[in-house]
Write a protein of this length. Structure first.
Length: 246
């Protein structure tokens, strides 16, 4: 199942924990995400269904498997669907045949910038011009973050910087409580984390997440491994996003 194609002024992360999703975006004039499959749109159904002043000319589709996180800019006409079980060659109009029957479990994280809608659009349009802002960072377009993606620092339409990295911790490893000036999101894929704040402690299991507002004391410690992992292994694996406001 998929929600109807729609558009919003929010930036978005789509984090997949189980199975995989099928991501579709309607773009014009040139697809910004080169790794996506794409085909020309032969119907004008998408016109008038969103508030960005262009008529989409391409449909981009790709699979987003567990462990990946998709960043989607604002004002992107899109839809997300769980994958379905299909064998054999693609049917007419389909791009893929190698699908799975596993139900997709994913989480969407959306945020709104303090900038006006027109300012957000203007920032997105700067991407075609060249490097912008401090450090020459480009405005981030649709981007897929995988477990193999190296540390990323990028400007987005609504953020001064979006930082991404992967943490792998052994049993008992972590860091003490401290304060950051930016909001943090940690997506835990396996292991058990103990999260502390103001001296209070709670645990988060695989498939969970931790959202830490800017200025809030926090500390993470790996306290549990999967049953099939030795205690000496890197028991806790989680992806971290830092949201540096404009």
């Amino acid at each position: 199942a998929a929600h109807a194609p729609h558009v919003h002024a929010m930036e978005e992360l789509v984090a997949v924990f189980r199975g995989r999703t099928r991501e579709s975006a309607f773009v014009s004039p040139a697809p910004p995400f080169r790794a996506m499959r794409r085909m020309p749109l032969k119907w004008p159904a998408a016109e008038g269904s969103h508030d960005r002043p262009f008529a989409p000319t391409y449909l981009e589709q790709f699979y987003n498997p567990a462990g990946n996180v998709l960043y989607r800019p604002p004002f992107t006409l899109h839809t997300t669907a769980g994958s379905e079980r299909v064998f054999g060659r693609p049917r007419a109009g389909e791009l893929f045949a190698d699908r799975t029957s596993e139900t997709a479990l994913y989480m969407c994280i959306k945020w709104v910038s303090k900038l006006e809608a027109q300012q957000l659009r203007n920032r997105m349009d700067l991407d075609a011009v060249g490097p912008q802002g401090a450090g020459g960072m480009r405005v981030l377009g649709s981007t897929l973050f995988t477990p193999e993606t190296p540390s990323v620092n990028a400007r987005t339409a609504g953020l001064k910087k979006l930082h991404y990295h992967v943490s792998a911790r052994g049993l008992g490893q972590g860091y003490a409580e401290h304060v950051d000036e930016y909001t943090i999101l940690a997506l835990l894929h396996y292991g058990t984390l103990e999260v502390s704040s103001h001296g209070n402690k709670t645990t988060v299991s695989a498939g969970g997440h931790v959202l830490v507002p800017a200025g809030e004391p926090h500390g993470f410690t790996c306290v549990g491994c999967r049953e099939d992992q030795p205690a000496a292994a890197k028991c806790c694996y989680y992806q971290v996003f830092e949201f540096h406001a404009t």
